[in-house]
Design a binder for this molecule. Structure first.
Ligand SMILES: Nc1nc2c(ncn2[C@@H]2O[C@H](COP(=O)(O)OP(=O)(O)OP(=O)(O)O)[C@@H](O)[C@H]2O)c(=O)[nH]1
Ligand SMILES: [Zn+2]
Length: 369
């Protein structure tokens, strides 16, 4: 295996011993292949960071043929095994290294598919503004998404300059998010950045999510500082010597952290998330362990410790209501998915019998974007 674990560029993009180990355990040695990270995704190609700099890349024909689902294809943040083409700034992607974390969105169509919004995030900044848009219920939903993905959630309350007493809101969030760091910041007053330093270490990959208008773009520019141009894409010579603007969805900040800004990350949706539900409502799940009956629904059941906690003021009734509402929503999504999956299965079975010709080998789409 062409291992370049000392390569500084790859390490700057997050390569470390963990990935060394993944590589050795999952892939046989191959002289031609090098690890690289996906930094932008287009309809048929990718930009990847290799040890030799930025390359445009497509997957091999074999990869495309074997990919059963959308989620099998590379996504921004993925580590891939790529074959650089001689004397070119292009590569061909042979494989995706198993993801450590993944933000997944279920895409409902004829077939329910997983769309990877961002791969290998270490931290997810959940952004909410300290004005009339402040919404605990929304934060709860984003927390579920974060727990599901495997990334560590951090709640950022933006526009602290518009709020007389941010601490009140910080406590409110801390109450619904046990153990989750919560920080108030103001980009326009340049306040609160230092409190985020522990999450923005070199090589750490951070996603930023939250509703429209909460201040994500402002936050990204604030973090990027002088590198602002970098975050918006820079002009480079392409393989044919033309000047092109490269587009990056994963970019390096001057302090060494990596920030991910993919379109899907900006507005996450709630999807099937049972484990996430348990983590987001760990206080309720803990009380539930003490309920008399294992299948207690915490409604009007006898011996229900959750309801007892509401009665004695230990648990907020509104939070229990949110828990019920979220569980019902998850159940509804699961039912819908199961129905679509069954339909998709029938469709796939039909397709298999009619489609047998392999796709063209190395079908590349360099210029489709
Ligand atoms: N007072 C105040 N306003 C802010 C702050 N940060 C952002 N804003 C304002 O909030 C508005 C929305 O900011 P954006 O950064 O565009 O929000 P966004 O989340 O990227 O919005 P979308 O691109 O629609 O997802 C703008 O008018 C900003 O100037 C802040 O710290 N304080
Ligand atoms: Zn109960």
């Amino acid at each position: 295996m062409n291992l370049h674990t000392n390569n500084e560029l790859l390490q700057a993009y997050g390569w470390n011993d963990y990935w060394d180990d993944v590589l050795v355990r999952h892939f046989p040695a191959n002289e031609r292949l090098v690890p690289a990270r996906v930094i932008a995704q287009f309809s048929h190609s990718y930009n990847i960071m290799t040890e030799a700099g930025e390359h445009n890349a497509v997957v091999t024909g074999k990869f495309e043929y074997n990919a059963a689902m959308r989620g099998d294809f590379p996504a921004v943040g993925d580590w891939v095994l790529a074959e650089p083409l001689p004397n070119e700034r292009r590569s061909v992607i042979h494989a995706v290294l198993p993801r450590r974390t993944a933000m997944v969105r279920k895409v409902a169509g004829n077939v329910v598919e997983d769309q990877i919004i961002g791969a290998n995030l270490d931290v997810l900044f959940i952004v909410n503004a300290l004005n009339q848009d402040f919404n605990l219920r929304k934060i709860e939903r984003y927390l579920i998404a974060a727990w599901e993905s495997g990334a560590q959630p951090v709640v950022l309350l933006t526009k602290a300059d518009l709020c007389d007493d941010p601490d009140v809101f910080i406590s409110e969030v801390e109450n619904i998010a046990p153990g989750v760091p919560v920080h108030a910041v103001s980009a326009i007053r340049n306040q609160g950045k230092e409190s985020l330093a522990p999450f923005m270490r070199p090589g750490t990959t951070i996603g930023v999510t939250g509703s429209s208008g909460v201040g994500k773009s402002t936050l990204l520019n604030w973090f990027a500082g002088d590198d602002r141009q970098e975050t918006q894409g820079i002009r480079e010579d392409d393989a044919r010597g033309r000047h092109t603007t490269t587009h990056r969805e994963l970019f390096l900040l001057s302090d060494g952290a990596l920030m991910m800004d993919t379109p899907g990350m900006r507005e996450l949706q709630l999807w099937e998330a049972n484990e996430g539900l348990q983590s987001a409502f760990s206080d309720i799940e803990e009380l539930a362990l003490l309920c008399r009956y294992r299948d207690c629904r915490h409604e009007n059941d006898t011996g229900c410790e959750v309801n007892a906690a509401v009665a004695n003021g230990e648990l907020d009734a509104q939070r229990l209501a949110n828990y019920h509402k979220t569980s019902r929503e998850l159940a509804r999504i699961a039912r819908k998915d199961n129905a679509s999956v069954a339909a998709a299965g029938r469709k796939a079975a039909k397709k298999k019998t009619t489609q047998s010709r392999p796709r063209q080998k190395n079908a590349a789409h360099w210029s489709d974007d």
